[in-house]
Design a protein around this ligand. Structure first.
Ligand code: PEP
Ligand code: CO
Length: 448
């Protein structure tokens, strides 16, 4: 019955299209057995929650909220521990308080968490010391160890991804609704950060936030309401076998939703208008994103909006811009202006990470803190000039003290990268760099 309804909702139409970046599963029967099981598991998120997020994203599109989307480039099963998850949530909450102050609006918090397990790769293979193996495509597909066995795509991993996502979400819900997220404790962590002499330049803003928090308390602010926050989940909807298997019909509206996360997006490598990813995403009703890299043309942006949001529903479609700091000031204006002039409703986010990746002399894939910040500044400048709204920020971060991105006040340099470089895919801002980014962006926001 439900399967019939799903099919009439068109959720299988993508199968007739070309899907890039998919694994070559070696055993079709094993795959079918997994997707059959996944089709019966409880949803990870509810359609009603995704609808709430859509409203928040719509508000961000109007400048009445600011989005912070943060988390790992690629989550791993092994790192889904209570400590690591707590540290990440803590970092996102701390950044949110700083950004709330700068933006003077609520901050919509979205984790790249509880499902960010599939990765697009620029090459199907990886060669080390003359040995060539299939590329690592994320824990939901194969293992990162450089052995032939680990690199074989294994559909059972999709079941594990579902269970690890469920336990991660459970922790997220517990941490954000169980007292941990109280504004006063989050703020006191920030005070600890700004008290470090190295970060003295942020002390003034931290003191201003402190006064604001104390004023709210003195004025009888409703701290009950400030004890809990909503942290939504998101990931790139890359692996269509998984996303399709978690698609459900919402019993209230009769519409199809991808219940693997509240917000799902199409990556830069899979946003072809006639491709399978755009087709699948056109059939679900979650709020969705599309990455727009340096090759994206205004006509493509308009065509994507027409395909993915034909009714122009506010909050349904987010464009995530990842141009590179050296290109954003030239490439973004025509995109923003075309969308504005057509009256197309989108929420604009800046992803200042993916256009700014390079290999350091010491051989690490890295990004420079100052360049990341420059792309955000360019993003704000372009919107200010066009009279449009910079709706938020996507950051690859971790709550731990890794050394993967260069720069910041701690001045991680080329040699410093070796100290604690842990990411399986892209370099992440560490805890301190993330907070510093929030203070800097907050300054830009309050000037704007
Ligand atoms: C990512 O967000 O990790 C990613 C792969 O980005 P993009 O699709 O923009 O390259
Ligand atoms: Co990445």
């Amino acid at each position: 019955m439900t399967e019939t309804t799903l099919q009439s909702a068109g959720v299988d139409s993508y199968r007739a299209r070309t899907a890039l970046q998919q694994p070559a599963w070696p055993d079709a029967e094993a795959l079918a057995s997994v997707t059959d099981r996944l089709a019966k598991v409880p949803p990870l998120v509810f359609a009603g929650e995704a609808d709430v997020l859509r409203e928040h994203l719509a508000a961000a599109g109007r400048g009445e909220a600011f989005v912070l989307q943060g988390g790992d480039c690629a989550e791993t099963f092994e790192e889904a521990t209570a400590d690591r998850i707590r540290n990440k949530i803590k970092t996102i909450l701390q950044m949110s308080v700083i950004l709330t102050y700068g933006a003077s609006t609520p901050v919509v918090k979205i984790g790249r968490m509880a499902g960010q397990y599939a990765k697009p790769r620029s090459s199907d293979t990886e060669t080390r010391d003359g040995v060539t193996l299939p590329a690592y495509r994320g824990d939901i597909i194969n293992g990162s160890a450089f052995t032939p066995e680990a690199r074989i795509p294994d559909p059972e991993r999709m079941l594990e991804a579902y269970h690890v996502s469920a336990s991660t979400l459970n922790l997220i819900r517990a941490f954000t609704h169980g007292g941990f997220a109280d504004l006063r404790s989050v703020h006191s962590w920030n005070k600890g950060f700004a008290a470090n002499p190295a970060y003295a330049k942020y002390e003034q803003m931290a003191a201003q936030i402190d006064r604001a928090v104390r004023f709210m308390a003195a004025a009888g602010g409703d701290f009950d309401a400030l004890k809990t926050v909503d942290l939504f989940s998101s990931h790139e909807a890359l692996l269509l076998d998984y996303e399709r298997a978690l698609t459900r019909i919402d019993s209230r509206s009769g519409l199809a939703y991808d219940t693997s996360a509240h917000f799902v997006w199409i990556g830069e490598r899979t946003r072809q208008l006639d491709g399978a990813h755009v087709e699948y995403m056109s059939r679900i009703h979650n709020p969705i994103g599309v990455k727009l890299g340096p090759t994206a043309q205004p006509s493509e942006a308009l065509a994507l909006a027409a395909r993915l949001n034909p009714d122009n529903i506010p909050g349904r479609l987010t464009f995530v811009v990842r141009q590179g700091a050296d290109k954003v000031r030239d490439n973004l204006p025509p995109l923003v202006e075309a969308v504005r002039d057509e009256g197309v409703v989108v929420t604009w986010l800046s992803d200042p990470m993916h256009g700014n990746t390079f290999t350091s002399e010491s051989g690490y894939k890295t990004r420079r803190f100052e360049t990341i910040l420059d792309e955000v500044a360019g993003f704000f400048e372009v919107h200010a000039a066009a009279g449009t709204v910079p709706g938020g920020l996507l950051v690859e971060l971790t709550g731990d003290d890794v050394t993967e991105c260069l720069g910041g006040t701690e001045e991680i340099d080329d040699e410093g990268l070796a100290r604690r470089y842990e990411t399986k895919v892209d370099p992440r801002l560490n805890h301190q760099q993330s907070l510093e980014m929030a203070f800097k962006v907050s300054e830009l926001l309050s000037q704007g």
